[in-house]
Design a protein around this ligand. Structure first.
Ligand code: NAD
Length: 254
């Protein structure tokens, strides 16, 4: 068991990559805190973990709301006393060329994808500092490093998360807290399915286009990212600090 008895909070784990990671972490012995905006989805993740013999609780909180995030962290500390790993995974998509983006839509993406990393980190880190131990995984994207069409606001947020990760690592290294970033490519989740549906008439052509910009012949699966997150969460990565870990089938080289 690579995460035996570790208490792990994954934001946005009612769906997609977060859910898949929660299931994998629970099978490796972790106690999961499932967070999401959607109560039915979060509860379904908990039920799947319990059905497989694992341990999990659900806490509904909006990662952009300081009161809700702080109450969530307090509740975890009251129940378990510690948070060993924080996976800042919750995120939303933003589509469009810059001059067509509605300012409110811009703010929404910036808010969830950047403030949604800032707030859980802000409230969890003091507990990690006290114990002089912890691993934080921030969800960036390969788009932080490659230009992709019609994703200006989203790209801006994921670049910011990568920069934030490096800065956090420098500040918290003295407390033995590791902070790393995941940079996935195209991973087939509801997030990508919705993006394709809203952006393209011909889905098959769109998928073929996505495959063409990477080296792998297949698009990624949530499990591919979950396995990389497992490495960063576990003690196997103790010498990995402030790193971008690409899980993108070679998009940055394609
Ligand atoms: P998803 O839509 O399947 O899951 C995201 C979850 O986050 C949803 O359950 C949603 O309810 C939750 N969420 C959204 N806003 C929230 C908020 N304010 N508070 C709490 N929860 C909230 O998407 P996914 O594909 O699994 O994406 C997960 C993360 O991975 C995102 O940060 C995304 O940007 C990133 N990512 C995804 C891909 C991909 O191709 N799927 C690629 C690179 C990065």
């Amino acid at each position: 068991m690579r995460l035996k008895d570790k208490v792990i909070l994954i934001t946005g784990s009612g769906s997609g990559i977060g859910k898949s990671t929660a299931l994998l972490f629970a099978s490796e012995g972790a106690k999961l805190v499932i967070n999401d905006l959607s109560e039915p989805n979060g509860t379904a993740t908990v039920q799947e973990i319990e059905a497989a013999g694992g341990e999990a609780i659900f806490i509904r909180a909006d990662v952009t709301n300081p009161d809700e995030v702080s109450a969530m962290v307090d509740a975890i500390i009251a129940k378990y006393g510690v948070i060993d790993v924080l996976f800042n995974n919750a995120g939303i998509s933003g589509v469009g060329v810059l001059h067509e983006i509605d300012p409110e839509a811009w703010d929404r993406v910036i808010n969830v994808n950047i403030r949604g990393v800032f707030l859980p980190s802000k409230y969890v880190i003091p507990h990690m500092m006290e114990r002089r131990s912890g691993s934080i995984i921030n969800m960036s994207s390969c788009i932080a490093e490659v230009g992709l069409a019609r994703r200006a606001s989203y790209a801006a947020t994921k670049g910011a998360v990568l920069a934030l990760t490096k800065s956090m690592q420098v500040d918290y290294a003295p407390y033995h807290i590791r902070v790393n970033a995941l940079l996935p490519g195209t991973i087939m989740t509801p997030f990508v399915e919705n993006y394709l549906k809203n952006s393209y008439d011909n889905q098959e052509e769109a998928i073929a286009g996505l495959k063409k910009r990477q080296l792998s012949e297949e698009l990624g699966l949530p499990e591919d990212v979950a396995k990389a997150a497992l490495f960063l969460a576990s003690d196997e990565s103790t010498f990995v600090m402030g790193s971008p870990l690409y899980v993108d089938g070679g998009v940055v080289f394609g």
